[in-house]
Design a protein around this ligand. Structure first.
Ligand code: F6P
Length: 354
């Protein structure tokens, strides 16, 4: 049994822990198993770049951030585009899957990775997906690995902003990762005690945000923390096309700078913008993610033994299970705007700018 493993898309803590969980399970339980590490995600599969993984490769990587295999972003929409030799990337991947002699392929990745995995599966490759992303936006699983570590990191960032914000009497506008889904901003915003939380799912009124900050200032609270998701937008911006939105923001990819300026003017407070950026994806996975990743990795091993392909691993109601790739590919799990977490936050006075 020859099994390929690749990690694709943006990295996150827990990738190596999943690789280890799977590798250890495979060498413990599957007879004559050979594991093949594919370099840099689908990029390595397109180029045919791989190496054999030995049991010692899985030692010492449980706590290691990033991915020992390397990763890259390979846009889904380019997979079926022909190159100068009239060959598509999909075709090259299928050819290399065969050349490598793979019986199946594990794809660790986010929403884009799953779309390509579904495509490969439809083309006859035996694929098992594993749900990775700090965005927590993969359909059909309650949680993705990497998410809770990022929540811990983003929460610590917000925690640390409190003391400096309070000392100076400033409003700190902190931009949290998440372009389409606001899970990370919602969780870290509540856990870090943010006063305003802005999500891509709830277009906001900048006026209402400024008023919330001014209200705090009027009641003697000299500082405020505004947690803004990368993908947050005003009600006005939500009606625009992406290009138009970018033009309105003067080339800024996010609304954060413009919002900080608006709050300063309208609420009469001093503001600072903080962007923790890729720090939220770096370093060692949390204990939660080490456990989840180990469970996901070993479960993928069981799926291989059962010959169950064309699926992706998932956590549903605290049980590790699987979904058909065809059912989840292309769907995003966004924050429901009537969810309990938002209700809780609003009940204690957090503003969502609505
Ligand atoms: O999908 C994970 C994520 O970290 C998003 O939250 C963020 O918008 C994006 O990746 C950043 O991408 P890149 O790694 O290409 O800068």
């Amino acid at each position: 049994m020859k099994i390929g493993i690749l990690t694709s898309g943006g990295d996150c803590p827990g990738l190596n822990a999943v690789i280890r969980g799977f590798g250890k399970y495979a060498f413990e339980n599957i007879k004559n198993v050979q594991l093949i590490g594919i370099a840099d995600g689908y990029g390595g599969l397109i180029r045919g770049e791989c190496r054999a993984l030995k049991p010692q490769d899985f030692t010492g990587i449980l706590t290691l951030g990033g991915t020992i295999l390397g990763t890259s972003r390979q846009p889904f929409k380019l997979m079926t585009v022909e190159d100068e030799n009239s060959v598509t990337r999909l075709e090259l991947m299928k050819q290399n899957y065969k050349k490598m002699g793979l019986d199946c392929l594990l794809t660790l990745g986010g929403a884009g990775t799953h779309k390509t995995a579904a495509l490969l599966s439809a083309e006859g490759c035996n694929v098992i997906g594993l749900p990775k992303t700090i965005d927590n936006d993969i359909w059909g699983t309650d949680v993705t690995f990497g998410f809770h570590t990022a929540v811990d990191i983003a929460t610590e960032c917000i925690d640390r902003l409190h003391s400096t914000a309070a000392s100076h009497g400033r409003t700190m506008v902190v931009e949290i990762m998440g372009n389409k889904a606001g899970w990370l901003t919602l969780y870290s915003g509540i856990a870090g005690g943010a006063d305003v939380i802005l999500l891509p799912e709830i277009p906001f009124s900048a006026d209402k945000v400024a008023k919330a900050v001014a209200r705090r200032a009027d009641s003697g609270k000299a500082f405020s923390i505004v947690a803004v998701a990368e993908g947050a937008m005003t009600v006005e911006e939500s009606k625009m096309k992406k290009k138009e939105r970018l033009e309105k923001r003067g080339g800024d990819a996010t609304v954060t700078n413009a919002l900080a300026k608006y709050i300063a003017e309208k609420a009469g407070v001093e503001t600072r913008v903080v962007v923790p950026g890729h720090i939220q994806r770096g370093g060692s996975p949390s204990a939660y993610d080490r456990l989840l990743s180990t469970e996901f990795g070993s479960f993928a091993g069981k799926l291989v033994e059962e010959g169950r392909f064309g699926v992706t691993v998932a956590m549903v109601k605290n049980r590790v299970t699987y979904n058909a790739l065809a059912d989840i590919a292309g769907k995003a799990k966004l924050v429901p705007i009537d969810c309990q977490e938002i209700e809780t936050a609003e009940s204690i006075g957090v503003s969502f700018g609505r």
